[in-house]
Structures are given as structure tokens and as C-alpha cells.
Design a protein around this ligand. Structure first.
Ligand code: NAP
Ligand code: 8YV
Length: 330
């Protein structure tokens, strides 16, 4: 409905980033007006009048940055509903200072991402990708594939980050009868595995790290040359967290020099750009950030973005606010 002064009592929402059907069809037209800005360039081309009206923003991909400059464009913004559990691309401190709610999409992707971490670990140790290339190139007809240097059988895994996904990975490793320990700032409630307050100390005690902490300043390059040296020549690093968590140049050096054995990476420092040196290596398995990327899980994540926005604008608490958000409810 449009008022006499041209204003509408409908709620203006922006889809910032790639759009998808669940997002586009999730908001009834009687109540919402949807706007779209796929890129930062599109965002900066919205008119001041449009920006002025926006009350909610759905941030639909982790490469789309809802930083301070972007959020400051919206004087009436109430809520940012971010797609993905990691929200290091959203300035949640700025949002908090300006009483803007931020939500993410935890839980609905936990098991999917843990499956990928586990698959990546085994693929790295048992060289699945290299063996596939060997078969396709016809070499099997002349010689059997060599025995893999790595195996899950003789390993101890240190999980870096024992939150929702870390615990789901630990459950899979337990089922595989692999000893598990972990590092996080505080011991995780209800987790019986040994906790290490020190990452270096844990790296010395294990030969495998599975990294699944949030990105951002607090974890930037925490997997550094010192950690790699502590892990040792049998060392394997699996990163399903964020590229920023691993010192990428130090990892390349460690893989080249034999400081560690191998790595499996789903995430990179400057996605989608992956260093040529990594791409040329045989002792790495590289995935294009597919941890949650199945139809069923991505749909559930989109639906949670929609449900958070709808709950908020129905006067209810957001379903999954991030810890920094100024309100748990309304
Ligand atoms: P979560 O439940 O919040 O768990 C985070 C864990 O990290 C907690 O154990 C936390 O414990 C620990 N942690 C946080 N900061 C730390 C620090 N500075 N040093 C050591 N440990 C720290 O999160 P989640 O749902 O498991 O997700 C974890 C992350 O995985 C996400 O934030 C995202 O970046 C990444 N992810 C990647 C993909 C993918 O597609 N590859 C998919 C989903 C998620 P303390 O607070 O006690 O330290
Ligand atoms: C998604 C992720 O690939 O949830 C996360 O933190 O990294 C992945 O599930 C990402 O959020 C897509 O934007």
C-alpha cells in the first residue's frame, strides 16, 4: 500500500550478492519489496532514496563484504541476515554499535561440512585424486599405483576449533577409531577429548590438524610456520575453516621442503585465486570451497536466511543471531 506522501508500509529488503529462488520467492509481495545488488558496484549504484528505505539486507555469499562502508549506506537498517555460519565478511562490531541485528546460518550445514572435512582428510592421506589421475592417464595397465605414504590408521588428529562442526568431525573420527584431541580458547562443554590450551603444544603431540575455527582477526594466520614445524614431517593439515587462518606462503614452503607431508584445502586466502605453486603440487588436494555446497544444504541455508528476516519483521526474535548481535530477541 502506498501512502499519500508516496511512502509505502511495505518492508524494503535488499538481496546483496547472488540471488537464488528460495530468497526470491520467500517474501510475500503484499508485505515486502525486494531489491537486488549482486556486487559492490551494484550496491553503490542504488539511489539514496532506495538506500534510505532499506530495513533488511540478506548477504548471500561470503565473498560479498558487508563492511562498515557498505552498512553505513543504510540509515534505517535493522537486520543483516548472512548466508553461511562464518560471518567474518560482515562487520558485526559496526552492526552492534548501530543496533543492527546480524544473523547467520549455523547447524543446518554442520554435518555436511563435517562430511567434507572427513572426505578431504582421507582423500589427502590415501591420494584419491592423484590415483584417479593415474588411472585416467592409462598408467595402471603398466604398473599398480604405489602405496600411499599416508594412512588414517596410524594417526592422531588435533582438531583446531571444537565447536559445532569440530564436534561433528570428532564424531566421525571416533567412528573410524582415530584418537582425537583439540585446541580452542576454552574447553568445549561436554567434550571428553583432551583439550590443549596451546596450539603449538598440541601440534607437537599430533601429526594431523583439522582446522575449523572462524575467520577474522582473532585467528588470522594462526596455522603458521612454527605450527607446521611442530607438526613435523608426517604432518597433514586439513583446512575447512577460512583461508585467512593458514599462513599460505608458509604452508607452500612447508609442503615443498618436506617440513610437513601433505595438505587438503577447501578454503584459500584470496578465493577464487589459488596460488600456482599449490596447484602444481602433488601432495595437496584442493577443493573450491564446497564444504556446504550440496543442493539440500544450501537450500536449508537460504531458507534460514529467509526465516530470520521474516521472524524479525513479524515482530519475533531472530532465529539465529550471532553472538555479537545487540539483541537476542526484540
Ligand atoms: P562454532 O560452533 O562457533 O565453533 C568455533 C570453534 O572455534 C569453537 O570451538 C571456538 O572455541 C573456536 N575458536 C574460536 N576462535 C578461536 C581462536 N582464536 N583460537 C582457537 N579456537 C577458536 O563454529 P562452527 O559452526 O563449528 O563453524 C566454524 C567455522 O567453520 C565457521 O566460522 C566458518 O568460518 C567455517 N566453515 C567453513 C565452511 C566451508 O565451506 N569450508 C562451511 C561452514 C563453516 P573458543 O571460543 O573456546 O575458542
Ligand atoms: C559457504 C561457509 O560456502 O558457512 C560458511 O561459513 O564457508 C560455507 O558454508 C559460504 O558461507 C558461502 O557463502
Amino acid at each position: 500500500m502506498v501512502g499519500r506522501n508516496g511512502s509505502s508500509d511495505k518492508i524494503d529488503l535488499l538481496i546483496y550478492g547472488p540471488s537464488r529462488p528460495i530468497l526470491e520467492n520467500g517474501f510475500p509481495q503484499e508485505k515486502f519489496i525486494l531489491h537486488a545488488a549482486e556486487t559492490r558496484h551494484d550496491l553503490e549504484r542504488l539511489t539514496p532514496a532506495t538506500l534510505q528505505k532499506m530495513r533488511g539486507v540478506a548477504v548471500t555469499y561470503h565473498t560479498v563484504h558487508a563492511d562498515k562502508a557498505a552498512l553505513a549506506l543504510f540509515p534505517k537498517l535493522e537486520i543483516v541476515a548472512s548466508f553461511g555460519v562464518g560471518y567474518d565478511h560482515v562487520d558485526s562490531s559496526y552492526a552492534r554499535e548501530h543496533n543492527i541485528v546480524v544473523t547467520n546460518t549455523p547447524d543446518v550445514l554442520t554435518e555436511e561440512v563435517a562430511d567434507v572435512a572427513m572426505g578431504l582428510l582421507i582423500a589427502t592421506l590415501r591420494e584419491f585424486v592423484k590415483a584417479d589421475r593415474y588411472l585416467r592417464s592409462g598408467q595402471w595397465s603398466t604398473q599398480n599405483y604405489p602405496l600411499s605414504a599416508g594412512s588414517l590408521r596410524d594417526r592422531t588428529v588435533g582438531i583446531v576449533g571444537m565447536g559445532r562442526i569440530g564436534q561433528a568431525i570428532a564424531r566421525r573420527l571416533e567412528a573410524c577409531r582415530v584418537p582425537v584431541v583439540y585446541h580452542s580458547r576454552k574447553p568445549a562443554q561436554g567434550v571428553s577429548h583432551k583439550h590443549y590450551a596451546g596450539l603449538i603444544e598440541m601440534a607437537k603431540a599430533v601429526d594431523t590438524l583439522v582446522v575449523i575455527v572462524p575467520g577474522g582477526a582473532g585467528t588470522a594466520k594462526m596455522i603458521n610456520a612454527e605450527v607446521m614445524k611442530a607438526l613435523g614431517p608426517r604432518g597433514v593439515i586439513i583446512n575447512v575453516a577460512r583461508g585467512s587462518v593458514v599462513d599460505e606462503p608458509a604452508l607452500i614452503t612447508a609442503l615443498k621442503s618436506g617440513t610437513i607431508l601433505a595438505a587438503g584445502l577447501d578454503v584459500f586466502e584470496k578465493e577464487p585465486n589459488v596460488p600456482d605453486e599449490l596447484r602444481a603440487m602433488q601432495n595437496v588436494v584442493l577443493l573450491p570451497h564446497i564444504g556446504s555446497a550440496s543442493v539440500v544444504t544450501r537450500n536449508a541455508m537460504d531458507q534460514l536466511v529467509v526465516d530470520n528476516l521474516k521472524a524479525w519483521f513479524a515482530g519475533k526474535p531472530p532465529l539465529t543471531p550471532v553472538v555479537e548481535t545487540p539483541v537476542k530477541g526484540r
